[in-house]
Design a protein around this ligand. Structure first.
Ligand code: ASP
Length: 492
């Protein structure tokens, strides 16, 4: 049984009084501070996380609490001279370790769950039905996202309110960042039109699996392997299937274990983000642009909600609640690739989508379906054109729909990737080369927070499409919630 803080206080005060006869004034003060803080700290940590008696706090609330405390801590500690260094040296590494852990299991998870998923299908024609629908719905949702982005930015016209002074200030501050992204995008564009298909087929699976940037190559190999597994003598394939079955469960257990530290990790990620955030004044200058992106993203969430009601016939609140831990992680990490293991786990265990669908739809979605990114690219392209007084015709807007759809497919699922691919959209509408870097410099100051928001939509979109595809092929079952992954004391 835990002692309440009052009893702990008394114990500490008694100890201090006993020692006070021989201790200095300074150490007495330190002891008093400890006496006040330690019992409370201990009490709350125990009661909130370990105590069996405490009313259970759902994982998404724990993560949200971590995020809020992280932001507050970041704001408070930024006021001190030593705070930012302290956060960088001692807090940020926790967040980095967490992201590394998630990335660490992404490739094995794709591998095991896709092979198992395809092997469970028993029939290849089912796989082509899932594959075809997935790609079609992904393209459809992306086109809807870009169109929403264009609608919002044309109505709000955020670029019209940017003064020449702000323009100069922003381009001066971030011209280096803008130029760097233009270079990265141009290197990407050098490749031929079919290069992305060529890139999907690896020469060496170990080489492909050694980088998280090659997810499509790993997906290709796993599908190829899974289909071949279906075609061999069941006597031979059974042990391999059983192996991947067990392997898959182990990896999913690793996701559960990693998620136990999620509330602390998001605290670290957000605290370090706050202390590293640059000039808030520039932030204000871009507020209309930021509001346009966020409004568009909220409307896009509305589209998923509508799809839940009309197509999947499930409660949207239940859907959003089920996927919320993945959304919060997407927000904290700005990476749909890092969030992928959690997205897959939530879609399968909490939303009831069967593995045959999750194992294909989620990893493919994390790499090619980025509704939030495409919407942002549409808003950003038009905003830059408005701010730099570059006229866009109706035809240009149609070009934006096409190029933003393609650019979001080509964007890597990592922080800041969407901004690099924006160059391709800007080039397609004919923005002169010398204005490209200026355009990117203009939006750089608010890119990170917007990246966090658009990654939430990217992840939600993948989950929504998984539900739609599952519904359409009769693979939407009951959720198999394992509640223990939300609590320390239940991990056995
Ligand atoms: N950070 C986004 C993601 O990982 C990509 C982007 O828009 O930059 O989904």
């Amino acid at each position: 049984m835990l002692s309440p803080p009052i009893a702990e206080f008394k114990k500490h005060i008694r100890l201090i009084l006993r020692r006070s006869a021989y201790s200095s004034k300074r150490s007495m003060k330190n002891e008093l501070v400890l006496a006040l803080s330690i019992p409370f700290f201990k009490y709350y940590i125990y009661t909130s996380l370990i105590s069996h008696n405490m009313k259970k706090l759902a994982l998404h609330w724990q993560i949200l609490l971590g995020m809020v405390l992280g932001v507050l801590f970041g704001i408070v500690i930024s006021q001190t001279g030593w705070g930012p260094d302290f956060v960088r040296d001692w807090i940020k590494p926790m967040g980095t370790i967490f992201i590394n852990l998630l990335k660490l299991i992404a490739i094995p998870l794709i591998f095991a769950s896709l092979i198992k998923g395809i092997a469970d299908l028993k029939d290849i024609s089912k796989f082509s039905a899932i594959g075809g629908r997935t790609i079609l719905i992904y393209i459809l949702t992306t086109v809807i996202a870009v169109s929403i982005g264009l609608l919002v930015v044309n109505v709000i016209q955020p670029g019209a309110s940017v003064s020449q002074e702000t323009l100069d200030q922003l381009t001066q501050s971030y011209s280096g960042e803008g130029a760097a992204r233009v270079d990265q995008a141009l290197a990407q564009k050098e490749k031929g039109p079919l290069q992305f298909v060529v890139d999907m087929v690896p020469q060496n699976i170990f080489g492909a699996a050694s980088s998280n940037g090659n997810m499509l190559q790993v997906i290709f190999f796993a599908i190829f392997f899974g289909i071949s597994l279906l075609l061999v003598d069941p006597l031979k394939s059974k042990p391999v299937k059983d192996f991947f079955d067990g392997f898959n469960d182990i990896i999913l257990k690793m996701v559960d274990l990693i998620m136990l530290i999620a509330p602390y990790a998001v605290f670290a990620l957000l605290a370090s983000l706050v202390v590293e955030t640059s000039n808030p004044d520039l932030f204000k200058a871009l507020s209309y642009y930021a509001i346009s992106v966020v409004l568009g993203l909220i409307l896009m969430i509305g589209v998923y909600v509508l799809a839940m009601v009309l197509v999947v016939r499930k409660s949207p609140i239940w859907f959003l609640k089920g996927i919320s831990p993945a959304q919060l992680l997407a927000f904290s990490t700005s990476s749909s690739a890092a969030t992928l293991p959690v997205t897959m786990e939530r879609v399968e265990e909490h939303l009831g989508v069967e593995k045959e669908v999750t194992s294909f739809v989620c990893p493919v979605g994390a790499t090619i379906n980025m509704d939030g990114t495409s919407l942002y690219q549409a808003v950003a392209a038009v905003f830059i054109a408005q701010a730099l007084s570059f006229d866009l015709s109706f035809g240009d807007q149609l070009t934006i729909i096409m190029t933003a759809t393609l650019a979001s497919i080509g964007s890597a699922a990592v922080p800041g990737a969407g901004m690099i691919m924006l160059v391709i959209v800007l080039e397609a509408v004919g923005l002169p080369a010398e204005k490209l870097a200026i355009g990117l410099a203009l939006i750089f100051a608010v890119d990170r927070p917007l990246d966090m928001c658009r990654t939430v939509v990217n992840v939600t979109g993948d989950a929504a499409v998984a539900m739609i595809v599952a519904k359409s092929v009769g693979k939407l079952g009951e959720p198999k919630v394992k509640n223990w992954d939300d609590r320390y004391d239940e991990v056995k």
